[in-house]
Ligand binder design. Structure first.
Ligand SMILES: *[C@@H]1O[C@H](CO)[C@@H](O)[C@H](O)[C@H]1NC(C)=O
Ligand SMILES: *[C@@H]1O[C@H](CO)[C@@H](O)[C@H](O)[C@H]1NC(C)=O
Ligand SMILES: *[C@@H]1O[C@H](CO)[C@@H](O)[C@H](O)[C@H]1NC(C)=O
Length: 186
């Protein structure tokens, strides 16, 4: 279903050709609204205030992606796509211990999916223009960062506190994503 939509969009873009170049203003607006929706949904997942101080963890973030204002939009899109994909797979894990409302998690996954779809369409355009920023070490480091989160969850047997810690970390990641979205300029 998703793939078919992406395909239709690609065909449409091909047919209209050069006349229709990427509209980054629209993309920025759509991504940023969806990002706010994600943040709202994540806040709703907080069931009750928990004291999980013992479970706190410092996930090491790649230094290169700490200053998104200096990132080119093509790179920003690759980094965002990787982050969204990783966040998507984190929330598809067994979160039964977290005591979360499944409807909210489903809505969150849907928003993430929509953002990834739009980025994929934009990245296809960029690839056609030959401007694709080929996977670099930043993406690899990001994978390591999220692997750390996966390992942490597993190590804590997906406990409620572990999920609380991860949820807070991801919530902060959405603020970071917001800044990356700002790099989507025409
Ligand atoms: C890799 O991408 C990041 C941003 O995502 C950028 O800051 C960095 O300069 C790129 N590195 C190389 C070697 O292209
Ligand atoms: C889950 O969230 C949805 C949407 O916010 C709400 O309608 C529903 O009542 C919630 N379910 C439970 C069991 O809290
Ligand atoms: C996730 O949030 C933490 C905490 O603010 C931050 O240090 C880190 O840079 C974020 N990671 C990503 C990939 O945005």
């Amino acid at each position: 279903m998703t793939n078919r939509c992406t395909l239709q969009l690609t065909v449409l873009l091909c047919l209209t050709g050069a006349a229709l170049s990427m509209n980054y203003g629209t993309l920025r607006f759509q991504q940023s609204s969806s990002n706010s929706a994600c943040q709202k949904l994540l806040w709703q997942l907080i069931t009750s205030p928990q004291h999980c101080l013992d479970d706190r963890m410092d996930f090491q973030i790649p230094r290169e992606v700490e200053q998104p204002q200096q990132v080119r939009k093509e790179e920003a899109m690759v980094v965002m796509h990787e982050m969204l994909q990783q966040i998507f797979s984190i929330f598809r894990r067994g979160f039964s211990n977290a005591g979360w409302n499944e409807t909210i998690v489903e809505n969150l996954l849907e928003e993430l999916d929509g953002q990834m779809d739009r980025l994929e369409t934009a990245l296809e355009e960029i690839t056609k223009e030959g401007k694709f920023p080929w996977e670099n070490r930043t993406v690899l480091r990001l994978k390591t960062y999220y692997l750390g989160i996966f390992q942490y969850l597993k190590g804590k047997s997906y406990s409620r506190c572990a999920w609380t810690v991860v949820q807070a970390e991801i919530l902060r990641n959405f603020s970071f994503l917001n800044r990356l979205i700002g790099a989507l300029q025409d």
